[in-house]
Design a protein around this ligand. Sequence first.
Ligand SMILES: [Zn+2]
Length: 621
Amino acid sequence: MGDSPDNSDGLPWEPGAGDAPEDNAPSAAELEDAGQGSMFGAAEAEPVAPPATEVPPAKETPDVALTVPSEPLVEPTAPDPAQPYRVLARKYRPQTFSELIGQEPMVRTLANAIARDRLAHAFLMTGVRGVGKTSTARLIAKALNCVGPDGKGGPTIDPCGVCEPCTAIAEGRHIDVIEMDAASHTGVDDVREIIEAVRYSAVSARYKIYIIDEVHMLSRNAFNALLKTLEEPPAHVKFLFATTEVDKLPVTVLSRTQRFDLRRIPAELLKEHFAEICRKEGVEAEDEALAIVANAAEGSVRDGLSILDQAIAHADMGADEGSDSTVTAERVQSMLGLADKGAQRRLLGHLLEGEARPLLAGVDEQYALGVEPLAMMRALMDIVHRITVSQVSGGEPDAPSAEERAELAAWAEAIPAGRLHRLWQLLLKGHEEVRQAPDPLVSARMALLRTLHANDLPDPGRLAQIIADAAANAPSAPTTTGSEGTAEAPAAKSIDWRDLVAKLEDAGQHLAASTMKLQIRPIAIESELLRFSRDARYKDDIGPQLREALLAATGERWQIEQAPEGGAPSLVEQEQQAAADAQREAREHPMVKAAFAAFPDAELLEETQTPSPRRDWRREA
Ligand SMILES: [Zn+2]
């Protein structure tokens, strides 16, 4: 283990670091943390410090039990200026499973496994960063190796915290609990060291425990080397793997481990946890401030505690300047660079009301306060999302303050779902643009104005209704009887002509019917009289043929008169004309006209035709 890093992290309480260990001895949590990052080769670590003095009194309950006194290791302390500042995430690292918040299902499973003596030889802890994977691994190490206050106990879900293995593990100095960060020990050689060491039994503990953090970082060869050991591990060895990216683990490893998925901790639970810590720390904090911290933590206790640390420091700074030291929502917001929620809602209000000038003023004001344009877009999207979710669920909107909830609920009530979705799309597009724009502020202003204007437009459903209404009310489509001049063309009688031709066809007079369709331009169709003209190219006399056919079809003797010119176009000519007019007719269609009325600037482009000459569609027949 020649590559084991030096265990001295320069922590102030370490012997030789200069500080005389005063009466406020470091907590077990701090000492435990001293072992962090030095894990590979921790066996060579020097003894760090005497055991913590702040542990609760020994308990006589070594058996498996989930109900443990929730007394923290660290008692509530009044702020003591002489005390070195302790990072909350270290100070409140869970020392018992009951302090591990939000992971009850996992703890229950583990308790059952311990109670029934059905422990896997390899565990895998998965979850996002800061949910407590490493803490859990150490707790399991304690649970497996605890001997109880009397030294006679067995594995327990409720490690005593006072026996030698418990304290040594908490301080990160137990010779049989070896931690390794796979992120910095990815190679096969690192794993070989483990495999070599696995053969030797534990020095003092019940189990020899290997905690491998970020195990997905191991190389393929390293995994392969490890696999043989995982297949047949000695009975005294347990592996505890932790990873944020379980997808990257070979299935061969997954199949040989008992997997625990650590959950993202709900904001509500985090908030309670932080409130409890503030109480213990003697820190005043507004409820909404804690809610903001919990939301910003995104499910991670560790991240949340870091933010809380900063927030307390900020508040203390404020106190130095004469104001109250309460952790307020306002302070947390400004510290996190979060936009003022009220201002965001006002922006959205302007958007929805179509108030362009106040909207721009609001954007500028936010920008002047240091809110990035991208953050503005995101905040607006966030509000729209909350409104939509609230509308769908019918429940109260998810927001920290009552005022915000009321406002979002009112919007959820008032804004149609379609409009919300359109708003989201517009903001999302704007967000993309702002992200890529050389000048994000300009881009944000333009994107928001576009959103505002587009918001005025009817939504697609409403638009369809408008168009349908317009079409219904429009005068009927112009009947095109052709462009060939037909001064006295009896348009009304052409329908009869059509009927007459159909009658001949029905009667089997196909030849005459086809002649009538092709050649005859009817001028007058009266009772037993047909006057018509024909194109000059038709020279033959069709009178006898027509008379015969009409008699056969109608049983009447028709008088046939051919005039030199005039008459409506023949049926075939009408069809050709109709086809030629089809495109123009389409353009003149009331639906299309209504669409143009809704979008005056729109242009009609045809698929089969280039758009030039422009406005061609306006050409009248
Ligand atoms: Zn113990």
